[in-house]
Every structure is written in structure tokens, then in C-alpha cells.
Write a protein that binds this ligand. Structure first.
Ligand code: HPA
Length: 249
């Protein structure tokens, strides 16, 4: 039996439609996760929800305790994580408002605690990270989107930046040359940590804005927030469909 955890990003600090059954405060050897885990019933299945930036969106990307978040979900017996993340669009297809299920990552973050395997606490393991996202979970999301008639880009390279500032135009041009199609601040080390504890992990990215230098318009928080609000409404119905199909195949 799979047990689904959802990590919500900007615009998804709570899961509407979730009939909340309980909340658990977790303590891990790495500290406290961003918020208590909220358990609830979504379409007849139990899911655990964790808002990455805290319940009132106060934790910036570089201050998130990614290890505590993943450890808390692991301790809760979660087998599969769908991470929802707002991103900037780099490639033409990633126009604001569009959703994507990335299949690759390039990590530009620095100074984050990015592994469970340090300080001599456990033997060093070099995880295979060739394909950073779980293929089966990705396909489930894409199939659910197709069933539901939700427009979604079926692949993408997630460039993870440090933030909290947005990028310069030259940084985005470089990332584009590297092959990134979208940019966000929270994709790493979250994905790698999930792999380290053998949790299947996939991401639904919501393009909130064109990345720096891709438009002459100034990126404002107001326009980003509106686009995210619209996108997250589609993410919620997508998640409900994915959950329905979770143990079917
Ligand atoms: N860059 C990085 N992270 C983001 C962006 C962006 O343009 N938009 C939303 N999250």
C-alpha cells in the first residue's frame, strides 16, 4: 500500500477539499519540520500534507529544514511524495500559468544541508540520482492530467537556485544554455533527500512568471501571486485525480 505525502509550496499552504482528520507535531534528529503534518481524506484516501514554507508562509527557501521535512514524512510511513512548486518559466512552453512535471534537475543551490549521510551518523551512501524523479509517479500525474483534461508539460529540467532573490537575466541565460526549462528555489535538496530515504518523489511545477530577462515586464509579487492562485486550483483537482489512481496499478 502506498501512502502519499504532499509538500505544498507557495500558493498551496493548505489543501482545500482535504477533510482534516488529525495533525501531528514531529520532532526529528535534524530539528522541526516546517509545520505539523496535516492528515486528511482526499477522495477517500488518506494523505499527509506539509506546507514547505510553514503554515503561514514565513520560511524562505534557503532556511527550510529540508532534512526535518523529509525525515518527518519518512517517519510517518510515507512512500510517495508529490511536491508542488511555483517556478519561473525559462523555455517557451513554460508560459505563466502552465503546469509541468519535470524529469531532470540541475542544482545551483549552496550551503544547504543536503544529505542525511554526514557527521559519521551512518555509513556514506552515494545514491543513484540519474533520474531524480520517480518515473511511475510522474506517469501517474501525467495520466491523471490527461483524464482530467488538464494542460500539462510532460517533461522539464528544473534549475534549483538559492534565492530568496530572483535571478539576474544573465543567470537565466546561463541556465538556459545549461538546459534548464524552469527555475525554482526549493527543488533541491528536497528531491535528493527523498531518494536517500527511498521515498518515491515527483514534482508538479506551476509557472508563476517568465524567468528574468524573458520578458520586458518587471516581475511583481502581485502578478506572481495571481497566476499561482489560478494554477494551484488546477493542481488541487489534479491531485484529487492522482490519489484516486494511486493503488490501481
Ligand atoms: N525564479 C526562481 N524561483 C521562482 C521564480 C523565478 O522566477 N518564480 C517562482 N519561483
Amino acid at each position: 500500500m502506498s501512502r502519499l505525502g504532499i509538500i505544498g509550496g507557495t500558493g498551496l499552504t493548505a489543501l482545500e477539499g482535504l477533510k482534516v482528520t488529525r495533525r501531528t507535531v514531529s520532532h526529528t534528529p535534524y530539528g522541526e519540520p516546517s509545520a505539523p503534518l496535516t492528515y486528511g481524506d482526499l477522495n477517500g484516501k488518506e494523505v499527509a500534507f506539509l506546507p514547505r514554507h510553514g503554515a503561514s508562509h514565513t520560511i524562505p527557501p534557503h532556511k527550510i529544514n529540508y532534512r526535518a521535512n523529509i525525515q518527518a514524512l519518512s517517519d510517518a510511513g510515507i512512500t510517495d511524495i508529490i511536491a508542488v512548486a511555483a517556478v519561473g518559466g525559462i523555455s517557451e512552453e513554460m508560459a505563466p500559468g502552465r503546469l509541468a512535471v519535470p524529469d531532470q534537475i540541475i542544482d545551483y543551490t549552496w550551503g544547504r544541508k543536503s544529505t542525511f549521510f554526514e557527521d559519521g551518523q551512518s555509513p556514506v551512501v552515494h545514491i543513484d540520482f540519474t533520474h531524480p524523479y520517480d518515473q511511475r509517479l510522474r506517469e501517474m500525474i501525467l495520466q491523471a492530467a490527461s483524464k482530467e483534461g488538464i494542460d500539462i508539460v510532460s517533461s522539464g529540467v528544473y534549475g534549483a537556485t538559492q534565492g530568496p532573490r530572483l535571478e539576474t537575466a544573465a543567470e537565466i541565460a546561463r541556465m538556459e544554455r545549461d538546459g534548464c526549462t524552469l527555475v525554482g528555489m526549493t527543488g533541491m535538496p528536497e528531491a535528493a533527500l527523498a531518494r536517500e530515504v527511498e521515498i518515491n518523489y515527483a514534482c508538479i511545477a506551476v509557472s508563476a512568471n517568465w524567468a528574468a530577462g524573458k520578458t520586458s515586464e518587471v516581475i511583481t509579487m502581485e502578478s506572481i501571486e495571481q497566476t499561482i492562485r489560478d494554477g494551484m486550483a488546477r493542481v488541487r483537482s489534479l491531485l484529487a485525480r492522482v490519489i484516486e489512481r494511486m493503488d490501481e496499478n
